[in-house]
Design a protein around this ligand. Structure first.
Ligand code: HAM
Length: 459
């Protein structure tokens, strides 16, 4: 191409690029969600329930950074787990350090417990954590790349009471939100008894024809993390595991006693559970009790349908020491907030929205606007639920807004009222209006709010 034509083509390509960029629409990343206005009602409900329960049971709020060293997750969650080997958002930062966006909260919490010397505090230390987590999973309904969890963890307590109490809190969380759930529970033993069980499992899977039926992932797991063969969801793997030896039959005396106590406490609290010998959880640090909270759902024939877990947790007695702290027993759980909200919507659970008596301040004319802006601040500080739309000049538009927010009363100030030292009080339900003395605003409003309250109580 001649030089001139080449230059012309380049200029035209550049301007096309510019036009494209100008009109480009940015969309959110796959698997990430915006939480918009109406959705927030559900978040408020769920977060309030979570913090309420946490306070009741004596857990204290703690936050940890969104990023940690990649190695923290590799060592604690486990290098061969799906979370670390497949789903981690990790990168080299500008200083050359290997960093990861947290895929789960537990490693960061343990790091924080050790780093701040929390073993010097009266034990147990009970933490309440809530925040976003990042996993590069294949997005689908209920599976996001950024999700939010509510975690409760207990450090420095080995009693099975702690395990049972955590399960009870998780169960109460869902029951009180009117979401029917089932607790799935198992014990995966400890470093004493698990190797013996793994030997039996190894022998079982080595029997003729079994390994060849496993899915490609499980063929790898057989070498690296054989326990995970039990919780694979692939049909062929589920069929093979049916007759696998059960870990509860191989527990040492201490682990068996611990597990029996947990179950007895749950019986006492009348918390229904299902002993699930295939529940092992996909994270390396667990020992003894592991549990998941799954939604209860039946198909048309009344059979239970398998659904993704709403939450899960268990004991991790070795993790604090493994990460360099003093030997400290620990246990906890994480509940998925987005999945919980999905269930509330699916089950059409009504949101209880508290009735608030809003007082709307409307104005007509520049001088009235100024006076009402000052009155708004005064009433807000005095604790009234005042609302306004001072950017609007038209009275009609302002009263439409008052109707939209379902205000109980409006106070309207115009030129005439300004001169007379009065204000209009409008009952938004009946539409009746009265002219009242400006100085008696509080007196008149209080009287009406009181009458309304008495009327509602008598109904
Ligand atoms: P986890 O089972 O990996 O446990 O996650 C807990 C819950 O987080 C799940 O049951 C689910 O509701 C939600 N969740 C997980 N991944 C996603 C996702 N991609 N999209 C939407 N929701 C999701 C843990 O993370 C442990 N650290 C819990 C724990 C705390 N164990 C002891 N203390």
């Amino acid at each position: 191409m001649p030089r001139k034509a080449k230059a012309k083509a380049k200029t035209s390509a550049n301007s096309k690029d510019k036009i494209l960029k100008k009109h480009q629409k940015y969309t959110r990343l796959r698997g990430m969600k915006d939480v918009l206005f109406d959705e927030y009602k559900y978040w408020d409900l769920v977060l309030k329930k979570a913090s309420n329960l946490a306070n009741y049971y004596g857990f204290q709020r703690i936050d940890t950074p969104v990023m940690e060293r990649l190695e923290l997750y590799e060592r604690s969650t486990g290098k061969d787990t799906d979370i670390v080997s497949k789903e981690m958002y990790s990168f080299l930062d500008k200083g050359g350090d290997k960093i990861a966006l947290r895929p789960e909260a537990t490693p960061g919490l343990v790091r924080s417990y050790i780093e701040h010397g929390m073993f010097n505090l009266p034990q147990p230390v009970k933490t309440f954590w809530m925040g976003p987590l990042f996993r590069h999973e294949k997005p689908q309904s209920g599976r996001l790349r950024q999700h939010t969890q509510f975690n409760l963890d207990i450090f420095g307590e080995e009693s099975p009471v702690a395990d049972a109490q955590l399960i009870a809190i998780a169960y109460n969380f869902y029951s009180e939100l009117q979401i029917p759930v089932q607790v799935e529970i198992n014990s995966i033993g400890c470093s004493e008894c698990r190797p013996e069980y793994l030997k039996k499992l190894d022998e079982f899977y080595k029997e003729r024809g079994k390994r060849s039926k496993l899915c490609p992932d499980c063929k790898k797991r057989f070498v690296k993390n054989p326990l995970r063969l039990l919780d694979c969801k692939e049909e062929s793997c589920v069929a093979v595991r049916e007759d696998a030896p059960q870990i509860v039959d191989s527990l040492c005396d201490d682990c068996r006693d611990h597990f029996i106590k947990v179950l007895e406490y749950l019986d006492e609290l009348e918390i229904p559970y299902n002993l699930n010998p295939f529940l092992v959880r996909g994270l390396d640090y667990y020992n003894r009790t592991v549990f998941e909270i799954v939604p209860l759902l039946e198909d048309e024939e009344g059979n239970q349908k398998r659904q993704s877990a709403l939450g899960g947790g268990g004991r991790y007695d070795g993790l604090v020491e493994f990460l360099g702290g003093r030997p400290t027993p620990a246990c906890g759980f994480g509940l998925g907030i987005e999945r919980t909200i999905m269930k509330i919507k699916e089950n059409n659970i009504p949101l209880v929205v508290p009735e608030i008596n809003y007082i709307f301040l409307a104005q007509l004319g520049e001088q009235a606007k100024r006076k009402m802006m000052a009155l708004f601040e005064e009433m807000r500080r005095a604790g009234y639920n005042v609302r306004q739309s001072f950017t609007k000049d038209s009275l009609k538009a302002q009263l439409e807004e008052a109707n939209r927010i379902k205000a109980s009363y409006s106070l309207i100030l115009g030129q005439k009222e300004l001169i007379d030292g009065t204000i209009i009080l409008r009952d938004m339900e009946s539409g009746t209006q009265e002219v009242i003395d400006y100085k008696k605003i509080y007196q008149e409003i209080n009287k009406r709010l009181e009458d309304k309250k008495n009327k509602e109580e008598n109904e």
